[in-house]
Design a protein around this ligand. Structure first.
Ligand code: SF4
Length: 564
């Protein structure tokens, strides 16, 4: 081997090593950012003492002079109880919030937080409203109801955890009851987030399984196996335990669906309870009792029914309740099927992994560069996007960072994400954007339909290409400060999996695809934060860049914020 050849091999080897090292470093930056999300300080923000101070000053009276105590300060909390301190440095009362115990208790459409103020003997002086994410109109109704707010007055702290029947506000029953349950939960009542606390018992399912002698809860919440002592004879799905809560006219119902042994046929449905308007629920119950339209139908048939004009259930004059029940039944069945499929490695997963592997191969091989192959595979990717809806997105990455992920149901998405991040880091080729991403592929196909292409003026282009980077930084900063924003609203990808449901992703989706007719890969160039992240992995593969410096500084700051 000649000397120059040896030198060239050494140089190539060195370059490859630098590229791998830089790729690994950049990938490491992204992983560290995800770890930071996982270890974000819990949102245990203390109550604003100024708020306690101003409310307490309106309710703490001196029993002797019958004048307001001048609460001078609010002390440090012990077990969430803030001492109210007078000018003479005496404890004249206590205050506590119903959060975090009430944070899971949904009213009409959100949770509420109340402030409970005690006198020095730990008897309730007042319960006051702090905040609510429930519907404004319902909250307003509750705020105006004096009886509701006075129901706790003079009760001792030890009696507040009793889950007795609270006074609720007519026209805002769910909101007011959720607030009351929040108070009970704060003082020790268990299961307050559960609106239908009674367990499922054999008597509830005897109608469909007369021989049943055992009902057991499966691993998946809300699914129960029924057996006759020897073998399984059916399955029961329960809406309240599956988290299915379609709302009727005035509330949700706890509906059960019974399935035969093979889980192909519905045996019937039943009601375990309801928070909807009684006359409407009774009409639907009667209908189901005497002519259960679901009984004997296959799961597939029911899944195909229109929820507003279902042939399985139609109760005149109770259309909202009717709709809510059909909607619940369908939702339970489709979730159950999805769970069953994800329990094993389905053909869908196998197909998805084949699509990803082929995309990676075409992305790194010469054959993938041929126009016909590129366009052919773009069609496959669009079909995969429509059929599977699995895409790499910031919302998904942030969610995995904060909450972790499990294999099984999302194994193909794990493989897709790993390929999108790791292949560019170690090969310098952005195979996800170039071959696999359905949204990128759709833009490629749409762009090919119009001969005349436009290009933005150089100056405008230079400004707009920074947008994806800026969006990426904003998204991650918001995530790291725990903003809790719906990050799916920054990208169009949700529309691929759930259709045109949410307005913002649907608008980004539509505008991006329309723009692609005229500007090549318009959204990829000027909008996509996920594309920016993947380009970060492939940029200047053997040299440190300004983006590396910015990313290192930002991640360093995030680590200091999270871990120190
Ligand atoms: S830039 Fe965004 S939309 Fe374009 S291909 Fe990449 S991930 Fe998909």
């Amino acid at each position: 081997m000649t000397k120059p050849r040896v030198q060239s091999l050494q140089t190539n080897g060195r370059r490859r090593l630098i590229r791998w090292a830089l790729g690994a470093y950049r990938l490491g930056i992204i992983l560290v950012a995800l770890v930071c999300l996982r270890f974000l300080p819990a949102d245990d923000a203390e109550l604003d003492r100024n708020v306690i101070y101003s409310i307490a000053n309106q309710v703490i009276f001196d029993a002797h002079s019958n004048a307001l105590f001048d609460v001078a300060s609010v002390g440090d909390p012990v077990d969430g109880m803030y001492p109210l301190i007078s000018k003479d440095n005496l404890t004249v009362g206590w205050a506590t919030s119903t959060s975090p115990e009430a944070d899971k208790i949904q009213g009409y459409s959100g949770t509420s937080e109340l402030l409970v103020i005690f006198d020095v003997d730990r008897k309730v002086k007042a319960v006051k409203f702090l905040a609510s994410s429930d519907t404004d109109g319902h909250v307003e109704k509750v705020l105006r109801d004096k009886n509701f707010w006075e129901q706790w007055n003079r009760k001792s702290e030890s009696s507040l955890g009793a889950a007795d029947t609270p006074i609720v506000v007519s026209g805002a029953t769910l909101t007011s009851e959720a607030m009351s349950r929040g108070v009970a939960a704060r003082f020790g009542a268990e299961g307050m987030e559960q609106w239908f606390p009674a367990p499922l018992v054999l008597a509830d399912v005897k109608k469909w399984f007369p021989d049943a002698d055992l009902i057991s809860s499966n691993k998946t919440g809300g699914t129960y196996g029924v057996s006759n002592g020897k073998e399984s004879i059916g399955t029961v799905l329960r809406s309240s335990r599956m988290g299915v809560s379609a709302r009727g006219f005035n509330g949700t119902s706890d509906v059960i669906v019974t399935l035969d042994r093979d889980e192909k046929k519905v045996l019937g449905i039943g009601f375990l309870g309801s928070r909807d308007n009684e006359p409407y629920v009774n009409s639907v119950k009667e209908e189901v009792k005497f002519a259960d339209g679901f009984a004997g139908k296959s799961v597939d048939v029911i899944l195909g029914e229109d929820t507003w004009v279902s042939p399985s259930l139609f109760t005149s004059g109770a259309s909202y309740t009717n709709h809510a029940v059909v909607e619940s039944v369908r939702e339970m069945l489709s979730r159950h099927i999805a769970e069953e499929q994800s329990a094993g490695f389905s053909w869908k997963s196998a197909l998805a992994i084949f699509w990803i592997a082929l995309g990676v191969f075409l992305g790194i091989s010469k054959v993938g560069g041929k126009k016909s192959v590129r366009l052919g595979f773009a069609v496959v990717s669009v079909a995969a996007g429509i059929g599977l809806g699995w895409m790499v997105s910031q919302d998904q990455l942030l969610g995995w960072g904060a909450n972790g992920f499990g294999a099984g149901a999302i194994l193909p998405l794990v493989v897709l994400t790993a390929a999108a991040l790791m292949v560019p880091a170690f090969t310098g080729k952005n195979v996800y954007c170039n071959r696999i991403c359905p949204h990128g592929a759709a833009q490629t196909l749409l762009g090919g339909m119009v001969k005349k292409r436009f290009h933005l003026p150089a100056k405008l282009h230079a400004v707009l290409v920074r947008l994806p980077w800026a969006t990426l930084i904003v998204i991650w900063l918001l995530a790291l400060v725990g903003s809790g924003l719906p990050f799916a609203y920054f990208e169009p990808f949700e529309t691929w999996s759930s259709g045109f449901v949410a307005f913002v992703p649907a608008a980004i989706f539509t505008i991006g695809l329309v723009a692609a007719f005229f500007l090549p890969q318009a959204y990829c160039h000027y909008g996509c934060p996920t594309g920016a992240m993947l380009r970060f992995l492939t940029q200047s593969s053997s040299a440190w860049t300004r983006k590396d410096t910015v990313a290192t500084v930002l991640i360093g700051a995030a680590c200091l914020y999270v871990f120190l």
